[in-house]
Ligand binder design. Sequence first.
Ligand code: AMP
Ligand code: MG
Length: 500
Amino acid sequence: MNAPDRTDVFFPFDNSYARLPDRFYARLEPEPVSAPRLIRVNEELAHLLKLDPEQLRSPEGVEILAGNRVPEGSDPLAMAYAGHQFGNWVPQLGDGRAILLGEVVGRDGIRRDIQLKGSGRTPFSRMGDGRAVLGPILREYIVAEGMAALDVPTTRALAAVLTGEKVARETFLPGAVLTRVAQSHVRVGTFQFFAARQDDEALRLLADHVIERHYPDAAHEENPYLALLANVLARQAGLIARWQLIGFIHGVMNTDNMSIAGETIDYGPCAFMDTYHPNTVYSSIDQMGRYAYGNQPGIAHWNLAVLAQSLLPLFDADADKGVEKAQEVINTYPELYDKTYLAGLRAKLGLTEPSEGDKELANDLLKRMAENDADFTLTFRHLCDAATPEPTDADGKVRDQFKNGDAFDGWAKDWRKRLSKEPLDTEARKAAMRAVNPAFIPRNHLVAEAIRSAEEREDFTPFEELMAVLARPFEDQPGRERYTLPPRPDQIVHRTFCGT
Ligand code: AMP
Ligand code: MG
C-alpha cells in the first residue's frame, strides 16, 4: 500500500483530548445531512491552521464540513460537561449538537479544536434534535469573527454550510453547520462534571491536560492547580474587561459557557450595545437581567468561584487549607478586573499615564452617556477626533450622541484639563485612540439584516459585505459609513434569541 497522498489529509490532526479516559466524552460520528452546500470558508483562519481553503471548498471538503464524511485522523467525540444555567445546577449537559473532530497545531504553534456545531444528536442531546439553524450559525460566524478583528479572545468560525434540511423550531428553518475553532472546548462546567461525581482522578487528569495545553508555566509553580486557577482568573478578568470596553453582552454566561482557555465561547443571544446603559439586556431568556451588561464582571467572578470549588480536592489534602488558598486567589479578581478595565478606559480616553481621578473622569462620562442615550461605540469613536487641546468642530459629532449636548460639554472641560497633562502630541493621541475605539462593530440590526437576506432569499451578499467591513473595525472605511450608524427606530433589535 502506498502512504496516503498528502492531499487527502484535510486536517493534520493530533488529538490530545481523545486520549483522555472514556468517561470524558462519548465517541461517535456526526450524523450525515441530505444536501450540503457551502456558505463560506474563512481563508485567513484556514491559513493560520495550515489548512488548504481550496481543499475545504472542494466537494469532499464540504462533505467533511457538513459531517457527511469523517476526515483522516479525526477521532470524533462529544464532550461531557455540567454547569450552572442561570444559577441553577444541571449535573449533565455536554455537547448535545456538536462533535469535536480533532485538534490541529497552527502556524503560531497554538493547538486548536476543530468542532462541528449542529452536527446531529449525541448522548447529551436530552430533548434536543442536535441541529442548528442558519440564523444563529450566521450570527455566531459574524460576531465571533468580528470579535477576533476587535482583538478580543474568541472561538473562531472556519466555515459554515447549509445542510439542505429543514429544522423544526417555531417554524421550519434551514439547517446549517458551523465549523468552530477554539483553543479548547474545556469549560468551567467540564470541571464541575467530575467534581460533582467526586471523581478526583478525572479532575486531576483534566487539570493536568489543561495546564499542559494552556498554562504550561503553572506546572512549575509550587501548587500547579492553584496556579491554574490564578491563570484562568487572570485571563477571564482580561476577557470580561475587553467585553465591557467594546460594549459586548454575552447573554448566557452560564458556567458551561465559560472557557477555561479564556476565549469568548458559545455565541447565543449575544449582542453589542447601541445606546449605552449598564442595565442593557437583549436575550429573550434573561428575564431577570442576570446577564445584563453591567453584571458581567460580577458573574464572571461568581463562575470563577464555582471553578475554584470544583478544583478544591486538588489544592490541599487538608480541605480547610484548600478553601483558604482558593479564597485568596478568588479574592484577587475584583482588583485584577478593575486594573485591566481602567487601563482600557484610559486608552479609550486618550490617556497614557495613570493619574488620580481617571476612574472618576471615565465614570462621569459613562454616567452622562447613560442619562443621555448616547451610542456607546460612536461616542468613543468621535471622541478620537475631539481629543484636541481646545474644542473644535469635532466636538459637534460627540455632542450629537447626547440627548442634551451640554452634558458632553461639561465633561469635555474636565477631560481637556486632564489631556493637557499628557505627553503625547495631538495627532499621535488621536491615532492611539482610533486603534482602541472601533468604528465598526457587529451591530444587531446589521447582523439581523444579513440573516434575513440569507434566510428569505438565500442571498449571502449582505453577510459577505458585513464580514468584509468587520474585518477592519478600527479603520475609517470611506463609502461604508452606513455600517457605523446606530439603528433607525424601525431597525432596532430589542430581543435576541439563543441558538436552539
Ligand atoms: P447552549 O445554550 O447553546 O449553551 O446549550 C446548552 C446545552 O443544550 C448544551 O448541552 C447544548 O449541547 C444543548 N443543546 C442546545 N441546543 C441543542 C439542540 N438543538 N440539540 C441538542 N442539544 C442542544
Ligand atoms: Mg453552551
